[in-house]
Design a binder for this molecule. Sequence first.
Ligand code: ZN
Ligand code: ZN
Length: 126
Amino acid sequence: MVKLADITTTPQKIKIPVFRTQKKFNKWYVEVYLKSAHWIGFAIWMKRQYPFCAECRRSSVALETHHETYINLGKETEKDCRNLCAACHKTIHKTLQDLGFATEREYIAWIQAKEKKKRKKHRQRR
Ligand SMILES: [Zn+2]
Ligand SMILES: [Zn+2]
């Protein structure tokens, strides 16, 4: 367990091994990554910086640090994550799962790509 006194505003970094399958990665993510000093330290730091749920703005609840993207896994910054209460966190993951996306950024990128295509088509017609 990470001691509060050991945590600075600069999150520690963790090396991500190479995984051949998503299943192996998922297992490592849950069993190793989420329990690592890096992640625990970062989540504590996030909760100090943002002591409220980013969705419903409640602050009197236990917060969970949620990844908006996994692109910077192991060297996350506050731009990659946000804090959510358990209820909002569950809703977001359920919605993303229903839509078939792993993260919000993936979903946003998909929408943006769709818009770009539409605009391109529009331009070509003129
Ligand atoms: Zn909430
Ligand atoms: Zn999450």
